[in-house]
Design a protein around this ligand. Sequence first.
Ligand code: NAD
Length: 496
Amino acid sequence: MSTNPNWHERAAKIAPESRAFIDGEYVAALSGAQFDNVNPATGQVFGRIAAGDAADIERAVAAAKAAFEKGVWARTRPAHRKKVLGAFAQALLAHREELALLETLDMGKPISDSLKIDIPGAARAIQWYAEAVDKIYDEIAPTGPDALALVTREPVGVVGAIVPWNFPLVMAAWKIGPVLAAGNSLVLKPSEKSPLTAIRVAQLALEAGLPPGVFNVVPGFGHTAGKALALSMDVDAIAFTGSTATGKLVMQYAAQSNMKRVSLECGGKSPNIVLADYPDLERAATAAAYAIFFNQGEMCSAGSRLLVERSARDAVLGKVAEIGRTMSPGDPLDPATKLGAIVDETQMKRVLGYIDTGRSEGATVAFGGRRVREESGGYFVEPTVFDGVTRTMRVAREEIFGPVLATITFDTVEEAVAIANDVDYGLAAAVWTRDVTTAHRTARALRAGMVYVNCYDADDITVPFGGFKQSGIGRDKSLHAFDKYTELKTTWLDLS
Ligand code: NAD
């Protein structure tokens, strides 16, 4: 592995695989159709991807189902699955630079983040589930002496996973790990905006010893390939990460077809509450800045609403602005870049549209607010902070999914909690205070799947991730993820 690669040189030479991976081999879409893969940092097309549709999904699901029914993976010993998945995780690390480059070219995030956060994070998720799989025991129910009732977990069968573009491989790995560890077969539909790493790692999984047909990847659009996967009569569970609007469609598709299980990891508009008693407001403000600017703000759990107590407002906003100015967008392939390109032109226009909306609603742009680096042909937006936001404004209620922070000032903790909970979402939330009672009371009152106290976005594969309300149903990560991909079976033996 090289230690100081010239990323531009490598990018110029890379020829990524662009076909679907079905039943252990790369195949073109049956229709022969392809779509453009655009580098968001330049606006240039750098590849054409197989546009899988319903026919390709059908083929992939058939392969997954056949593999499941043959038991080539589902009926292997947990120790074997551990070994194969462990080898797969190691392969991700061995190909870290290649995968990081694909991720950055595909969706515009800084190469340093792809290299240090995304690819190792994906490998860690797979490794963790590999290690978990032979340490989970089933149950014997306390029925009394005349019966033996076993409560066992079995794989659900064929799982369809549909994932977004913001952390393409990490979001996929949060599904791949528990789905495969539990013995299921998988058909993965990556986002049309970022399919490259998913396509590549399917081959690495095969090389690590996963039998053909167990892990299939079909790139394509949501309204064709994604919809077909969610409508398939042979898919037993669908694991979706993406927007709330699409999540609702996926639930409908499940209802229209075979009542498959649906788990949803959807959007957020997460509040980050800073109380004036917190002794290190600079630290809180620094975390607040990273909570919204990291990954260009394209984070489901982004701290996109800064709720700050009135007396701390100037100090906190001043520091957030100082950090925002140091994070002006740069070339994603430059290792020094902290903030890259927005994933595509549509998303950039959406973000800029929200900045216009905030202005017209009466909020003030404290700093940022513009498209930059336009001469590159890429899609870059400055870190942007709105001040004077009120809870009814659209910029305070709707997910922007870009580096745009809405600042709301409050006077009491009760008011802060009421504002925090007054949105359709409930993914993450944070509170900064030195008072342990206030911390606990506020954490309990916040309607969110993850509540951070005196930190933001602290993360580990050991803890569940997911949301209340319209942020979703079910949890990724931790042992709880197995609930989504296993059926419980009761086997009752009469001993009387
Ligand atoms: P999106 O809903 O547009 O797309 C997500 C995936 O769904 C893509 O693969 C897309 O092709 C597919 N899709 C689109 N229409 C479909 C349809 N009709 N049927 C089936 N599949 C369809 O979301 P996005 O823009 O890719 O991602 C951003 C969203 O994802 C944000 O709302 C963000 O909050 C959310 N997200 C949530 C989490 C979480 O863990 N809660 C994590 C990351 C991103």
